[in-house]
Design a protein around this ligand. Structure first.
Ligand code: 5AD
Ligand code: SF4
Length: 473
């Protein structure tokens, strides 16, 4: 039993504060949002600055070396801060935590290391660290042989909703964990473990809850989301079933799904679901990675450039107004000028709405790193990166021009990054940013209260990445 004094201390003592910083992909952002929700429940407050924080948690990415280097230099800065504030607790979570484990303690600032399969343990690890216990690591020993982690993650994921109000009206929902594709360059299967699809009932319940909280757009997430497969009794559910079921939920207006591995399995079903449901956004992110069959084989991608382009044709035949986006890696080991020329040709034929281009970065433990020499010089990678983006920019520009003088429906995200007062028309109008169902970014003037709402915008100017327009009443 506590004394009256100790009770008074409890009442007046401040809740501990946490700064959670997130690097990397949407999967990481979703993990951070779930962790935020769990931490608030466990009695912590969130802060935006290191100066106010009792705990700094860094959610990390291992996909490219550059992402890891940024975290390492950040940990170096935190070491200096800890010299004057030794009680500050520093935790590393996410893919680097799983990849490096206790090796991260070589960075003296680090107190906690926690992998993506252990996020449910974070509140406990932090509480113990704050009580002065020794450094703690929670990662999966053999990540490709999960035992029990999936159940723990599922109960964590179904209890906590993504506490992420940064974009009102939108939420991510994970439909599966991990990846079994083993593209030779990719670290993900080694840090996120094997593919495990979540039960459809839990996913749909979660989407219903989010709809009840005002969410209008859900994005279903998986590393290869079209590999989603869950058998319950006689029935096997695929991604198309989830899209159809989510489309039946009142309040949900738009459904997206990322990212897709180019595979015929369930492809027709997904395209059908898109064609048949007005709620499934006509947007397909389907990375090709290269246009050279030799490089695709070395990447362990199970398709040729021709097969890939045939899939895009099929997508456009089933859903004529579909917008397609992709990813590419340039400078993969052995990529010659001819291989790169094949990639350029593929981009010209694919007519993506946009694509992301990355310079190959060898990842320790992957097949490409073990077996292939990183033999494309850095300046060649850079040159190819710039060239491919320029090819794409021209296509994006042409595609964007189709919208000129047309009205588009957007879901408003909020103030654009550089909000400024409209100098031309309404003196009080702020610059807002929204996206169309097919993911075109649209900038226009309007009241901030539109954030999280749908709006109609007439396009008056276009650029390769962004459309500009005026709000239609
Ligand atoms: N080097 C460069 N880019 C990579 N990607 C994945 N692994 C690597 C790597 N080792 C890219 C792929 C993927 C995107 C998320 O990151 O294009 O689609
Ligand atoms: Fe990595 Fe390939 Fe899996 Fe994508 S599909 S996460 S690139 S292994």
């Amino acid at each position: 039993m506590g004394t009256p004094d100790s009770k008074r201390i409890n009442v007046t003592s401040k809740r501990p504060t946490i700064l959670l910083q997130t690097f990397g992909c949407q999967m990481n952002k979703l993990d951070s949002a779930l962790v935020t929700s769990a931490l608030k429940d466990a009695g912590f407050d969130l802060t935006g600055s290191v100066a106010d924080a009792d705990v700094v948690l860094i959610n990390t990415c291992s996909v490219r070396d550059h992402a890891e280097q940024r975290v390492m230099s950040h940990l170096g800065n935190l070491k200096h801060i800890k010299e004057t504030r030794p009680d500050l607790v520093v935790g590393v979570i996410g893919c680097m935590a799983q990849r490096l484990g206790s090796e991260l303690f070589k960075q003296s600032a680090v107190d906690i290391v926690c992998g993506p399969a252990q996020i449910a343990e974070i509140p406990r690890l932090i509480t113990e660290a704050m009580q002065g216990k020794k450094k703690a690591v929670a990662v999966t020993e053999k990540i490709r042989q999960l035992s029990g982690e999936s159940e723990a993650l599922e109960s964590f994921e179904s209890v906590y909703d993504a506490d992420d109000k940064t974009i009102p009206g939108q939420a991510y929902v994970r439909v599966m964990h991990g990846c079994d594709k083993f593209c030779s360059y990719c670290i993900v299967p080694y840090v996120r473990g094997p593919e495990v699809s979540r039960p459809p009932g839990a996913i749909i319940e979660q989407i219903k809850r989010l709809a009840g909280e005002g969410v209008k757009l859900v994005t279903l997430l998986g590393q290869a989301v079209n590999a989603y497969k869950y058998t319950e009794g006689e029935k096997t559910y695929c991604l198309a079933d989830l899209l159809t079921m989510a489309g039946d939920i009142n309040g949900i207006e738009w459904i997206r799904f990322v990212t897709n591995y180019p595979s015929q399995k369930f492809f027709d079903e997904v395209l059908r679901a898109m064609a048949d449901s007005p709620k499934v956004c006509r947007y397909l992110h389907i990375p090709a990675q290269s246009g050279s069959d030799k490089i695709l084989a070395a990447m362990n991608r199970h398709y040729t450039a021709e097969e890939y382009l045939a899939m895009l044709d099929e997508a456009r035949a089933t859903v004529p107004d579909i917008e397609i986006a992709g990813d590419f890696i340039v400078g993969f080991p052995g990529e010659t000028d001819d291989d790169f020329a094949a990639t350029v040709r593929l981009v010209e034929k694919a007519r993506y709405k946009n694509c992301f281009v990355f310079k190959y970065s060898p990842r320790p433990g992957t097949t490409a790193d073990k077996k292939l020499e990183d033999n494309v010089p850095a300046e060649v990678k850079k040159k190819r990166n710039i060239e491919l983006l320029a090819v794409q920019e021209k296509i994006s520009d042409e595609l964007g021009r189709r919208f000129l003088d047309k009205e588009v429906k957007v879901l408003v995200e909020g103030l654009s990054k550089k909000p400024h007062l409209d100098k031309s028309g309404n003196k009080n109008a702020l610059q807002l940013v929204g996206r169309t169902a097919a993911d075109w970014i649209v900038v226009f003037n309007g009241p901030e209260s539109l954030a999280g709402q749908f709006a109609t915008v007439k396009i008056t100017k276009t650029s390769p990445l962004t459309l500009f327009g005026a709000l239609v009443d």
